[in-house]
Write a protein that binds this ligand. Structure first.
Ligand code: 26Q
Length: 760
């Protein structure tokens, strides 16, 4: 790169004279130009389309430079002009196109697909204000529009515009493209559709806007509040807008590659990321019949091209749409769904596997299973639960469709980019093969008893903790002790993930400290989580955590126990938090967390998991062995039986276990009353004592005991460092490259041209 030349051409200035904004924009433009030069037109037959409501891609500049292989040279050239790449990295806005694991998984998958040289594009929506920006005020979460999109530079406006038919008229979807640059490999595309004429000015106070103004609001926010009828209809319209545009693009591209429409499965495979894009199935059928196929051929072509990934067994997250709503949003899709239901009923009979139930409600997951070639879960336990419980009746009808694809993460972002010191250290020990073949990390096992290696790892961890402490201070004015244990829980706020149980532990510890029972070692408990604005109890839990942050800030307590809640937790925050973590909290109620992927990121960065036997924790446990993980709590078998028996009584635990009662009573006690919102705290107390649906009380004693054991072991060095080393060494399985190769082997069957295969 000749920076002097570029800046001269762009701005007529020297590198030294350019503003940060000018430098940043020039670099983005340069990166995009390189990407376009690398892009090869796809002349093969079959192509993958990954459809997702979320793509939580994170900032792009550094990872793109890494994947292009020019990160170090760009950094050096900037430095030679007295400019700092870090400054530009911080200046970049993070795209707010996702919420949590499902969206981040989609982003990791795009990286791996391109890095493996597979032909596959993402398709989603271009939300102007994203999920929302989280701001803490008076110990509560408030939501504001996330204005990430302002002139980002990465998105290219295309000339492709598709009409989208809605009940109250037709709107237009314009395609914007973003380059997905593989690691030392090919370039694919993320297509983001946007509503022509979307109007940012209709947003009023906070994130409120007129939900009925579909012609102006469709792509303003991800997951707009759907707690009322208008919200639900908007949600259906938004989903339909995405899949109708996707279906039109897919058919156009397939035809351009020579597809006759009944051959669609030979030209396109469409991976449906949870049920949010499942309406692509009836939409494809509708479009294919419109183009002349008869109904049966259209159904065969559409269903033969689709595959479905399930990410949840939570009943409330399994989408069900009343026909009444569908008729108000997309009436032309209803007859197609009725035909599909009719076919399924004729073939199999039975109410429990029907697409449309007796109450005239469409079960999107049922439609996705029936009308696709594959249904997969995202971790081995999760897939077993799908087969035996959540989707058991469907599994019995078509067992051959069900398969497991344990999630993975891209090592390029979650190691090379976020932890360069560890990356260099590993390269020094085992070479750089792990960048494209995760299993190479196992070579590190040879160093498990090498004290120099263990010292090196401890130093890297300690430096990352200092860097996190600096960042927290700059960002939030919070000071924390880098010599304390960093115990971190960062994920969407949900009761099943049990942030409330972690908070109860903090209360328990706080009370001990107040009584003079001082812990052996200081601990910093760090949370990061956004709560859906309409999810009241989740807001209450955030409130409790923020109050605890205040309480543990007391100079008498802080030297032993500190609570930090990171504001507006996102990918960029995760990149700072994960390398600095000692203990990774993965404490969901067993059976409820489909997989988790944060758990894998922590493991890769040398943290030790404190967790239940849930999701991919089970696989982490199997890989590292009992010595290198802290497992507690009831198993999914016990939990499932307890739900079935309906035998759980929170009240009984509350009354019989003093440790629980004390911690829970504290929520409505005088200390919190002084700083908290009594309505929120009382509601949370009532929820826990009256219901505790995600069973924190039965696991609490074991949680406390196991957590204390982990803190004790932390002090035994270098034994602790060895646990970190084993976690790193065994994390290769969780490379999303492995996951994607499995998707391709079992579901997609895409060709990898020989020159695109560089590692496997
Ligand atoms: C559903 C209905 C109505 C409104 C919203 C939703 C909704 C929105 C988002 C339901 C689910 C989501 C997101 C789910 C998600 O992020 N799931 C996570 O997916 C990860 C990748 O597979 C897993 O690792 C996590 O275990 C799972 O929680």
């Amino acid at each position: 790169m000749d920076l002097t030349q570029i800046m001269h051409t762009e701005y007529g200035k020297s590198v030294g004279e350019c503003t940060k904004d000018e430098l940043y924009r020039a670099l983005v433009k340069y990166t995009c130009t390189l990407a376009e030069e690398k892009r090869k037109p796809y002349c093969g037959k079959k192509k993958l389309y990954y459809l997702s409501a979320e793509f939580l891609i994170g900032k792009l500049l550094s990872c793109n430079l890494i994947n292009l292989g020019i990160y170090d040279s760009v950094k050096a050239e900037l430095a030679s002009h007295g400019r700092d790449l870090t400054e530009l990295e911080e200046y970049e806005n993070e795209p707010s196109l996702g919420n949590g694991g499902l969206g981040r998984l989609a982003a990791c998958f795009l990286d791996s697909i391109a890095s493996l040289g597979l032909p596959g594009d993402g398709i989603g929506l271009n939300y102007h204000f994203g999920l929302f920006r989280q701001v803490f005020r008076e110990n509560e979460q408030t939501a504001e529009p996330d204005r990430w999109l302002t002139d980002t530079g990465w998105l290219r406006k295309t000339d492709t515009v598709y009409p989208i038919r809605l009940r109250n008229g037709t709107v237009q979807a314009r395609m914007y493209d973003l380059a997905v640059i593989g690691y030392e490999n090919c370039v694919n595309t993320l297509h983001l559709f946007d509503l022509e004429g979307v109007d940012e000015d209709i947003v009023g106070e906070g994130i409120s806007f007129d939900k009925t103004d579909i012609a102006h609001n469709l792509t303003l926010f991800l997951y707009p509040d759907d707690s009322d009828e208008n919200g639900r209809i908007l949600r259906i319209c938004q989903q339909y807008f995405m899949v109708s545009a996707a279906a039109q693009l897919i058919l156009a591209e397939a035809e351009a590659r020579g597809c006759r429409l009944y051959d669609l499965p030979d030209y396109a495979v469409i991976q449906i990321n949870d049920t949010h894009p499942a309406m692509v199935i009836p939409e494809l059928i509708r479009l294919l019949t419109e183009r002349g196929l008869d109904t049966d051929d259209a159904i065969a072509a559409a269903c033969g091209a689709c595959a479905y990934t399930n990410h949840t067994i939570l009943a409330e997250a399994l989408e069900k749409w009343p026909i009444r709503y569908l008729k108000k949003a997309v009436p032309h899709l209803v007859p197609v769904m009725e035909i599909l239901d009719d076919k399924v009923r004729r073939k199999y009979g039975g109410e429990e596997t029907a697409i449309i139930d007796r109450e005239d409600v469409v079960h999107m997951a049922h439609m996705a299973v029936h009308c696709s070639v594959s249904t997969n879960g995202v971790a081995s336990l999760h897939t077993e639960i799908l087969k035996k419980e959540a989707l058991a009746p469907l599994y019995r009808l078509c067992p051959e469709k069900f398969n497991n694809k344990t999630n993975g993460i891209t090592f390029r972002r979650w190691l090379l980019h976020c932890n360069p010191a560890l990356t260099d250290f590993l390269t020094g020990h085992i070479g750089d093969g792990f960048r494209t073949d995760g299993e190479e990390l196992r070579k590190l096992m040879a160093y498990r008893d090498d004290t120099t290696t263990l010292d090196g790892l401890m130093r890297i961890k300690s430096d990352s903790k200092k860097a996190l402490a600096d960042w927290l201070y700059r960002k939030q004015g919070v000071k924390c002790d880098p010599d304390s244990v960093f115990d971190i829980q960062i994920k969407r706020l949900h009761e099943y993930k049990r942030q409330q149980m972690n908070a109860l532990y903090v209360i328990h510890k706080y009370l001990e400290i107040r009584e003079g029972r001082l812990p052996e070692r200081p601990v910093t408990v760090i949370f990061g989580a956004k709560a859906a604005p309409a999810y009241v109890i989740a807001q209450d839990i955030i409130h409790l955590i923020l109050c605890l942050q205040t309480l543990t800030g007391d100079p008498a307590v802080r030297p032993y126990l500190q609570t930090v809640m990171v504001e507006n937790y996102n990918v960029s925050a995760a990149e700072k938090l994960i390398p600095a973590c000692d203990i990774s909290e993965q404490i969901s109620l067993a059976s409820k967390e489909a997989s988790g992927t944060g758990n894998m990121k922590f493991m890769l960065n040398g943290a030790v998991t404190l967790g239940t036997e849930d999701g991919a924790n089970v696989e982490i446990h199997r890989l590292v062995g009992d010595e290198n993980i802290y497992i507690f709590g009831d198993t999914s078998t016990v939990v499932t039986a307890r739900y079935k028996a309906g035998s759980y009584s929170a009240k009984a635990y509350y009354e019989e276990v003093p440790m629980i009662r004390r911690a829970v009573d504290f929520i409505i006690g005088p200390e919190l009353a002084k700083i908290g919102n009594p309505v929120r705290l009382r509601r949370l107390y009532d929820e826990l004592t009256g219901k505790d649906w995600f069973m924190t009380f039965p696991d609490f004693a074991d949680y406390v005991k196991t957590r204390e054991k982990a803190y004790r072991d932390y002090g035994i060095r270098p034994e602790w460092a060895k646990k970190g080393l084993v976690n790193i060494a065994m994390s290769g399985y969780f490379s999303s490259d492995r996951t994607i190769l499995e998707y391709n082997r079992d579901i997609w069957h895409l060709d990898r041209s020989p020159e695109q295969i560089h590692s496997k």
